[in-house]
Design a binder for this molecule. Sequence first.
Ligand code: GLU
Length: 461
Amino acid sequence: MIRTRFAPSPTGYLHIGGVRTALFSWAFARKHGGVFVLRIEDTDLERSTPESVKAILDGMHWVGLDYDEGPFYQTQRFDRYKEVIQQLLDAGHAYHCYASKEELDAMRAEQEARGEKPRYDRRWRPEEGKVLPAPPEGVSPVVRFRNPLDGVVAWDDAVKGRIEISNTELDDLIIARPDGSPTYNFCVVVDDWDMAISHVIRGDDHVNNTPRQINILKAIGAPLPVYAHLPMILNEDGQKMSKRRDAVSVVDYADKGILPEALLNYLARLGWGHGDDEFFTMEQFVDWFDLKDVSPSASRFNNEKFMWLNAQHIKAADNQRLAELVAPRLASAKVDTANGPALTDVIALVKERVQDLNALALECDYFYARREPSAADLEKHLSAESRERMARFADRLAELADWNAESIHGLFKPFCLDEGIKMGQLGMPLRVLVCGTAQTPSVDAVLALIGRDEVLKRLRA
Ligand code: GLU
């Protein structure tokens, strides 16, 4: 049974790197008919916040990555962690360490003075024939994991290939603090075990934790999951993404008018590929996805490509859904759509012209109220002569038997012939007078949607 998990720490916003991790874990589970688990790693009580938990849950909902189990909260599992810590103590895989902070600082200073890499010297580690000092009075000890002294920890990373770390590189990790609370790496191990995670798919910032986690898993007799460490996403300049410079939070993308399926499509392409396919659905992605096709090197976010992809998804999206997404944007721009064409019809006409939902909203306004044209457009397209000509064209529009794009179109040629002008000399002033901008889709379709009364009102005004 394939079981994967996404295990964010709720210490800020939902980062798009996290969404990519979630996406790959989700897709892998879905592809194999497995289970995708959401686990909130909130043991860092100082940095975890309820707002951040909410941001994660809302973000997962927005992108549409549905989980089958969870959310599980580590803070609700402390009794279980304590139980396993006791088991490790009983089995001799862990021990109490009473070294004070001052002692550890002094130890560190001595090691550094000798030019050695600072590490815990295992002074409280029980060994055969070793006599331990008597535990000091009134000191609450930490619990340390008894890491093997020699040999290597090795795993075949599904993305990075074989990784081997010598046990001599690893300290006897603290797994419980003096107050008994478990530490980060330990909770991850117990959870992955209890939740029967078969594939740990996560960011490669966790590669260093993996050998420690494997040693603890072995000590508690748990099966080892497959590890797949995903490379980082860099910004366009090849730097680590940062809140200050880059859009990193899922909310930033929602605000920018990105469709969730476009974000997922683009994130899927970062570090994974299926031939030259750029635009695809999540069904296709799940069908194609395989960990062996994930690239072990970092990928760069390309904004132009991303926006192009968003435009493709807007084109493909259902107009009713787009209307629901655009309506609040129009409302906050004080555009009243009650007396005008159906928003879905307007969207059908203009959606090919935009790359995001904010731009889509901006393209809809003049169907409901004329924009104030710019001085440059007025000057360029509306001489006294063309104003008079527009009055004559308004008369023809008024007489038209049927009001639709085709019949309006039918007026253009004869009118231009009669006036001795080119189509542009009709279309541009018409656009500027009716819409307030020269940049619109085909003018016959625009006029048809705005409606005869309103078009004539605007032209005559
Ligand atoms: N909580 C960790 C993080 O937010 C992830 C741990 C894991 O995936 O093992 O980066």
